[in-house]
Write a protein that binds this ligand. Structure first.
Ligand code: S3P
Length: 177
């Protein structure tokens, strides 16, 4: 078996990790795992409620445990949450067990895709644009440090982006055969 069997998508909120991940998993005939969904299923409450009850710290603890479980499981396409790279152990585990793709998007694309969203507690603020910019300023370096491949995901339909990313992955030959 490949020693880094998973294909992992990282990047900020609104990058399209879940949408693209699902399509890629179909194309690659692999299971798709959305890490936020795993966390929600384990907690039995929504992410906003989880943040309310346990704070961001509690959420990160659950995120770390869920990631370790998923990485120990069947080879999959994994969509992570935007903050997964904050934890050094997560970054190490991602690189050890996965081929990691950073989906890079502009702030404008994030804002467009996240308009009206109420499922992300970190955006529950009077100025979501400023929050997204601040998070990106903090995290960009971590995304770049963790990724094997940077993929610009601003333009194009999800289907076109997924096909283009699959082609890039095939051409590198490095990913999760
Ligand atoms: C978060 C991103 C969210 C979710 C949580 C925290 C973050 O996932 O994990 O709300 O810290 O950026 P998405 O990136 O899938 O929106």
């Amino acid at each position: 078996m490949h020693d880094r069997p998973h294909l992992v998508l990282i990047g900020p909120m609104g990058a399209g990790k879940t949408t693209l991940g699902r399509l890629l998993a179909q194309q690659m005939q692999r299971p798709f795992v959305d890490l936020d969904t795993v966390i929600v299923q384990a907690a039995g409450v929504t992410i906003p409620l989880l943040f309310q009850r346990e704070g961001e710290h509690g959420f990160r603890k659950r995120e770390r445990a869920a990631l370790a479980d998923v990485l120990a499981g069947t080879p999959a396409v994994i969509a992570t949450g935007g903050g997964v790279v904050l934890d050094p152990d997560n970054r190490h585990a991602l690189r050890r067990h996965g081929y990691v793709v950073y989906l890079r998007v502009s702030l404008a694309t994030q804002l467009h895709r996240l308009h009206g969203d109420t499922s992300r507690p970190l955006l529950d603020t009077p100025d979501p644009a400023a929050r997204l910019a601040a998070l990106q300023a903090q995290r960009e370096r971590l995304y770049l440090e963790t990724a094997d491949l940077v993929f610009d995901a601003d333009a194009g339909s999800p289907e076109a982006l997924s096909t283009a990313l699959a082609a890039r992955l095939n051409s590198t030959g490095a990913c999760c055969a």
